[in-house]
Design a protein around this ligand. Sequence first.
Ligand code: BV8
Length: 237
Amino acid sequence: MKIDKKIVQLAKLIKTSTHTVVLTGAGMSTESGIPDFRSRSGWWKNIDPLTVATVEALQSNYELFHQFYSARIEALAKCKPHEGYQMLANWEQNGLLHRVATQNVDGFHHQAGNRHVDELHGSILTYRCQQCEKEASKQAFIDKKHCSSCDGKLRPNVVLFGETLPEEAWNNALYHIQKADLVIVIGTSLQVYPVSQLPTMTNGTTVCINKEVGVEQSFFDLVIEGSAKETLVNVNQ
Ligand code: BV8
């Protein structure tokens, strides 16, 4: 089926569904200038995730951990959500979208205006002490200060490999996915557990939007091979 027909089909599904959930990954933000993780220009092509995105890295190689996250925080401050994000916010306002579950830590769904968002991998916009969990400021993290209470190391509130996902966000996402009659999965390679399991946990129609489609996407009912921003903007026209 041609891409235009698929977009028409998606528009119809959105209009006729009663509970729609969108699940996003890093590919949702690449058109805002934020690299994804596993594409050719992704973060993990140049750096081994185990050396930076784990508690072990935080504890035994804080210099590299801090450098990696500071660079991402500073780059993020120069980016903003693109028009595709705006479309999702409009859908929510118009009662066409009921929940967004995201693996992204950039806060862009909130910034664009969505209110019903579950941040499954946490947020890079807030910070805490690794030891006593006391909240810390962005500046304190960037300046490599230690915790004002216990002198512990500071970190962003992201979910590192080996850590469990925030319980409330996970339970909410699961509840809405199970209730959904339409699940739209945008810009994720579905390689990271347990989020990779979510699209299989619905009885609803599943749609995938991804610029590079592979075998991982073969179980979706509708696969749209295209950019997240363009596809979402076109659905609205
Ligand atoms: C856990 C830190 C329980 C935050 C990230 C062996 C087998 C199976 C599982 C495991 C295993 N070993 C370990 C595990 C578990 C592990 C895991 O899944 N590892 C995998 C990689 C093997 N998972 C965990 O550890 C999770 N916790 O399981 O807890 C537990 C606890 C203790 C012990 C055991 C179990 C925690 C996972 C959290 C990972 N955190 N990073 C940060 O710094 O941001 S990972 C990283 O991947 C990001 O957080 C990101 O959100 C996540 C998912 O990636 P995607 O969003 O999918 O991005 P990706 O680059 O892969 O894909 C982008 C896609 O978009 C591509 O398909 C591309 O084509 C497309 N695209 C690009 N541009 C566009 C586009 N599409 C459309 N338009 C575009 N413009």
